[in-house]
Structures are given as structure tokens and as C-alpha cells.
Design a protein. Structure first.
Lengths: 198, 495
């Protein structure tokens, strides 16, 4: 069978399949190591948890053609300054609560999840919380009793009561504040925050 | 009626059902008896997937429907979990089905395999009952370990994750030990390596992380590298084997094609993972890498269409199982359009910035999972039932052939209709919520309240109902096809 051209032979494609798979996987492993190190909590792209003590904004940068998180001066959450360890504990409680309450099967986080309720990526910065003075308490009250404090925007879609305690609700708000500070390469686009002037 | 009477009544019902179905398991080898166990559970979960999908679709139109009893989050979770699990059951069933034939020997460690089936099925039942009746827990590790991990697609609590890995190891042992005892082949080699990757990747999703960027990074390793890489290769293996059996295609041809598909699939799919890393906090280079490689992902799917259609054409569509071949053709096109075209449409970062997290993904998801994976499993259900009935005739002139044809038509048209409806909703969301209103909560609800979104949800519901009726007809057909048939199957000669 010497007349079989190389590109039509079984063994050629077998070797190609092995080399392509192995090569791609090795590249992925290297990129993974780099990506994980660039996105550690405390890196430029993913701020340390203590960022919850700061003012966070998301501002359009004309030169970059996208919005970027802007970390400002002190703006305490629930009137308390957290150490990095305390902040991590609080954000962890919030993250575990979002998992335990299955938030991702109605909402999206970083754009991933279900599409029955709004995206949570920059939810902490949303204009829907009226003003910054009211925001933190409003969010806690909403999470603890979403039926009574329903925010349906005329859709008739209400968040159910998920038995979230006050401590858990504060954790969720801390988690949302921290998540809003992540550099998401300009997603969501054209987002006007609670700080932006109309 | 007391418990004893109820028990007797259900036993009598089961006996009546068994008599009516009239399937003779002595027609199947012990390995294939295990395969059909997996297929039966797969069909039950397929039904559950559609049922909970319909409830969730209803809630988009009537938000108060079952509010605070069975909320959208629960229904949607059961909908997608039932889908993932029934497809896995189907794939495992397919592999047990072809294992003895391909290796030329009996399955090694079959009893362990049967035990693993019952353990897995018991675990799945328990997980679903907890999803439905306990639903959520407090924000701590106990909930993650016992109730719900809260991560889309892999919500199963951690205890179940560990159980799944153990069952997969037993399944893997069955496969490798059987090929080692019998004979290896190209198909066997690809299958084994693919199963290593499939089982190994699952463990990447078994850790809690507070850093959501890292959390979603590894989460996509499981979801993407399963669905857009290892599952596709598994389907390539199953397709290769079935083309030989159903059409008589030469082994050398299917094996060479399989290697080409593996090269193209892994060559594009592994780094195509990058299209999930555009917006989760990961570095900007993923925009280029993810965009480029995921744009290549449709190529192997085109190759698969060419392969299946060319082989079917050169054999003049002469085959021993008409419904199975029809579903394999549906797979080739469904995979290409659902996974390939619909994926490509929103995979480049320039468009994905506006479509990410909208009904575009749901549109793509519906056509891709159905087209790529539901179809091939259904083809195998028909293959299994043919042998279960004693290798009967399932070609030209079958009685009641309208049933499989209508089931095929209703299921395909239903899913396609849902896909288009969701695509319209996705377009509308991209324009109004994303581009115009900048993805605020107000923007989200403006898009949800828009008449074109609302009517899309009604159309989705109607096409969902069409899909559901197609499934009911499919189940009826699977239970009755070939019953009373005395002619033996059409001989297929390899050429």
C-alpha cells in the first residue's frame, strides 16, 4: 500500500491527533498557570478582599474604549473598616451563601448563570439602589425579605424568600462589592454606575 | 388503601406493563443488559428534563406559577442537571453496548459495573429528591457537601461528586480491562484516552474557591472541556462504531476519520476554552486566543457531517435500522448547526461583549445539546431496542413507521423552534439591555418587559410543548417498535 499518500494514511492522522492534543494541552497548562497568578486576590486584575473598605466605581476610559474599575478613597461597608483577613471571611460567607441559595440558576455572575434575573457582576454599583447612603441597608433588607422589598421593575418577577440571615446578607453585599472591583475587560459595556451623573 | 394494597397494586401494574412491552432480555448479552439499564434511566431523565424545562418556561410567562414552591432556580437546575446526567447515562450505555463487540470478548468485571449502575442511580435519585424538597441551605460548607454546590451544571453536592468519580473509575476499569483481555483497536484507543480526560476533568470542579475568577476558571475546565472537547470525541467514537455496524463502512475509513476528527476537535476545542475567559477577570490575551480557536471549532463538525453523509451516500442509505440512521443524520446536522454555527455566531469577543449572559446562550445551548448529544443517544436507543426484540427487521416496510418519523419531526422542529424564539429574545436583549441601556438592572427589565421578548417566550413555550409531545411519541414508539415482527434484520455487508 505504498501508493497511499501521507495525508490519507491512518498512521499519519493518528500521530497528528496525538501531537495536536498534547501540544494544545501543554499550551493550556502554561496559560492556566499564568492566568491564575495574574488573577490572585490582591492582584491588579482581582483586588484584595479589603477593597470592600474603598469606594469602587466603573468608568469608561476613552483611550481604551472600555470601562475599567476605579478604586477610590475609603468608603466603608456597614460603617466598619475590615482587615484583609476579616474582609476575606465576610466575602467567603457571601460567596458560600450565593452558592447555597443557588443564585446562579436565576442570576448571572460575571455573565455566567441563568437569565431569569439581572446580572450580578456590577450589581453593587447599580443605579437601582437609588443613592450610596441608602444602598448597603437597602441591599441587606432586600436580601432578607425580597418579597416585601420587591424590586420587579414592572416585570411581576419577584425574588423568593431564601431565608437569608442578616449576617449572610451582609456577606453577600460584601461579596458583590468585591466582585464589582474585578477587571472584566470592559464587560458589561456602557454600564452607568450609581456614581455617574445622568 | 393501605400500604400493602398499594404495593400489590403497583406490582400488578408493573407486571401488566412488562407483559404489554413483551421484551425478551435473553436476546441481549449480559453486557448489553447493563447498557439498556443505562438507556432506561436516560429516557426517564430525558422526560424529567423536558418536564422541568416546561415548568421553567411557564414561569417566564407567568412568574407567579409555583412561586415559592418550586421556584425558577430549582426547576432550571433540575432541567439542566437531568440533561447532563441523562446524556452521560446514554454515553455510558453506548460504550457498554459496543464494548463486547469491539473488543471481541465478554465485559471484565461486569458485576462491579452492575453494582456501580445501582449506586449511581440511587445517588442520582437522592440528589434530585434533595434538590426538589430541601432546595437550599445555609451559606456554609454543610450545604455545599450535602444539598447543593450552587454552580451551574455541576450543582450536585460534594458527596455525590465523590460517588460519581468512584463510579466512573469502575466504568473505566470495565472498559480498559475488557479491551486488554480482548483486542485493542483505533476506536478502543481513542475511547480509553477520552475517558481518562473525561473523568480527570470532573475533579477540576470539586473544590470551593472564594475568588470567583479562579472558581469560574476551573468550572469552565469541566463544562467546556467536557461539552466542547471530550464529549464531542466520545460522540465521534460512538458515531464511528455505529457507521460500521449500520451501514457497513470499512473500519480503516472510520478510524482514519476518527483520528482526523480528534486532531481537529482537540486542536480547536482545548484552546477554544478561551471564549469563556473573555469577561471573568482573566487576562486580555484570552480575547485573541479564545476568539481565534473557538472560531475554528465548527471545522471538525463540518468534517463529521461530510463523513456521515458521504458514508451513508456511498452505501445508498441501505441500512439495517432506519430510525437509528435517521437520528445519526440528524446528529451530523444538529451538531454542525447547534454547536458549530450557533456557537460561532456569538463566539468572537467583539459580539460576545453584547451577547454574553443573554438568551443567545440559551438559544445555542438548546440546539447544541440536542443536536450533538440527544440525537446520537436516541439513535442508540433504537439500535438497542432492535436487538432487545431479537435483532428484528427495522428497515423498509415497518408497521407503524409513522411514529418514529413523527417523533423525529416533532422533536427536531420543536427544538429548532425554541432555538429561533430564544435567538430573537437574545437579539432583543443584546440591543436593549446590553448596547442601549448598558446592562443595568433597569436595562435588564426593560428588555424583559419588551413585547418582542415576551412574545418570544410564548413561542418558546409552544415549541417546547411540541418537543415534549415528540418525546412522548418517541417513548411510545421505543416501547412498541418491532413488537410482533418476525423478519430478521437486513444483512449489511462491509464494503
Amino acid at each position: 500500500m505504498n501508493d497511499t499518500p501521507l495525508w490519507a494514511s491512518e498512521s499519519f492522522w493518528k500521530k497528528t491527533a496525538i501531537w495536536v492534543t498534547a501540544g494544545s494541552f501543554i499550551i493550556l497548562v502554561f496559560l492556566t498557570m499564568d492566568s491564575l497568578s495574574q488573577t490572585k486576590a490582591g492582584s491588579k486584575r482581582v483586588p484584595a478582599y479589603a477593597v470592600i473598605n474603598k469606594k469602587i466605581d466603573y468608568v469608561y476610559q476613552k483611550d481604551l474604549h472600555k470601562s475599567m474599575p476605579v478604586i477610590g478613597d475609603t468608603e466603608l461597608l456597614f460603617g466598619k473598616e475590615y482587615t484583609e483577613a476579616e474582609a476575606e471571611q465576610l466575602v467567603m460567607l457571601g460567596k458560600k451563601t450565593t452558592q447555597a441559595k443557588n443564585c446562579m440558576n436565576c442570576h448571572t455572575l460575571l455573565g455566567n448563570g441563568a437569565y431569569y434575573a439581572p446580572d450580578l457582576t456590577k450589581a453593587y454599583l447599580d443605579k437601582g439602589w437609588v443613592n450610596k447612603e441608602m444602598r448597603d441597608d437597602m441591599m441587606v433588607n432586600f436580601l432578607m425579605d425580597p418579597e416585601k422589598n420587591a424590586r420587579t421593575f414592572g416585570s411581576n418577577r419577584k425574588m423568593p424568600n431564601l431565608n437569608i440571615t442578616e449576617t449572610e446578607a451582609k456577606g453577600v453585599v460584601a461579596f458583590l462589592k468585591w466582585m464589582s472591583s474585578i477587571d472584566t475587560n470592559g464587560f458589561p459595556y456602557n454600564f452607568k454606575t450609581i456614581n455617574a451623573e445622568d | 388503601m393501605n400500604a400493602k394494597e398499594l404495593c400489590e397494586k403497583s406490582r400488578a401494574c408493573l407486571a401488566d406493563f412488562t407483559t404489554w412491552v413483551a421484551l425478551d432480555s435473553s436476546n441481549l448479552s449480559a453486557g448489553r443488559q447493563l447498557a439498556v439499564k443505562y438507556f432506561i434511566v436516560a429516557v426517564i431523565l430525558f422526560f424529567a428534563q423536558l418536564l422541568f424545562g416546561m415548568i421553567a418556561a411557564t414561569q417566564f410567562i407567568f412568574p407567579n406559577f409555583l412561586y415559592s414552591w418550586l421556584d425558577f432556580s430549582v426547576n432550571r437546575m433540575v432541567h439542566i442537571n437531568a440533561m447532563v446526567v441523562w446524556m452521560l447515562y446514554g454515553f455510558i450505555g453506548c460504550v457498554y453496548w459496543l464494548l463486547e463487540d469491539e473488543s471481541g470478548t465478554d465485559i471484565v468485571g461486569l458485576n462491579l459495573g452492575v453494582l456501580a449502575f445501582w449506586v449511581l442511580t440511587g445517588a442520582v435519585t437522592l440528589v434530585v429528591l434533595v434538590y426538589l424538597f430541601i432546595q437550599i441551605g445555609a451559606g456554609n460548607d454543610t450545604t455545599i457537601w450535602l444539598i447543593n454546590e450552587g454552580r451551574e451544571y455541576i450543582e450536585a453536592p460534594r458527596w455525590a461528586d465523590i460517588g460519581i468519580v468512584i463510579v466512573m473509575l469502575i466504568f473505566f476499569y470495565n472498559v480498559v480491562a475488557t479491551f486488554s483481555k480482548g483486542k485493542w483497536s483505533g476506536i478502543a484507543g481513542v475511547l480509553t484516552l477520552d475517558l481518562v480526560a473525561l473523568a480527570g476533568l470532573y475533579t477540576a470542579g470539586m473544590f470551593y474557591m472564594t475568588n470567583i475568577t479562579h472558581d469560574q476558571y476551573w468550572w469552565w475546565w469541566v463544562i467546556h472541556l467536557w461539552v466542547e472537547a471530550t464529549w464531542e470525541v466520545l460522540v465521534g467514537v460512538i458515531m464511528a462504531w455505529s457507521l460500521m455496524k449500520l451501514l457497513g463502512v470499512r473500519r480503516q475509513i472510520v478510524t482514519t476519520w476518527l483520528y482526523i476528527e480528534v486532531a481537529l476537535m482537540f486542536g480547536s476545542g482545548i484552546l477554544g476554552l478561551g471564549h469563556h475567559y473573555f469577561w471573568i477577570g482573566t487576562p486580555e490575551y484570552w480575547l485573541t486566543i479564545g476568539g481565534f480557536f473557538s472560531a475554528l471549532e465548527p471545522i471538525p463538525l463540518v468534517a463529521m457531517v461530510v463523513h456521515a453523509m458521504y458514508d451513508a451516500g456511498t452505501h445508498s442509505f441501505k441500512n439495517s435500522n432506519h430510525p437509528a440512521v435517521a437520528w445519526i443524520i440528524a446528529q451530523a446536522f444538529g451538531n454542525f448547526f447547534g454547536a458549530g454555527v450557533w456557537g460561532f455566531m456569538h463566539t468572537l469577543p467583539q459580539i460576545n461583549l453584547y451577547t454574553h449572559g443573554t438568551q443567545w446562550s440559551a438559544s445555542h445551548g438548546h440546539l447544541a445539546f440536542f443536536g450533538a448529544y440527544a440525537t446520537i443517544n436516541i439513535a442508540f436507543f433504537y439500535l438497542a431496542i432492535q436487538h432487545w426484540r431479537g435483532d428484528v427487521w427495522m428497515s423498509n416496510g415497518m408497521p407503524n413507521a409513522w411514529r418514529w418519523k413523527w417523533a423525529l419531526g416533532l422533536l427536531n422542529a420543536g427544538v429548532l423552534g425554541m432555538t429561533i424564539a430564544l435567538l430573537i429574545a437574545g437579539y432583543e436583549q443584546s440591543f436593549i439591555e446590553r448596547a442601549t441601556e448598558g446592562s443595568t438592572w433597569g436595562g435588564y427589565f426593560s428588555a424583559q418587559n419588551h413585547p418582542s421578548f415576551q412574545s418570544a417566550m410564548v413561542w418558546r413555550w409552544l415549541f417546547g410543548l411540541m418537543t415534549f409531545s415528540g418525546l412522548v411519541l418517541l417513548i411510545w414508539d421505543l416501547l412498541t417498535i418491532g413488537k410482533g415482527e418476525t423478519r430478521k434484520t437486513q444483512e449489511i455487508i462491509e464494503h
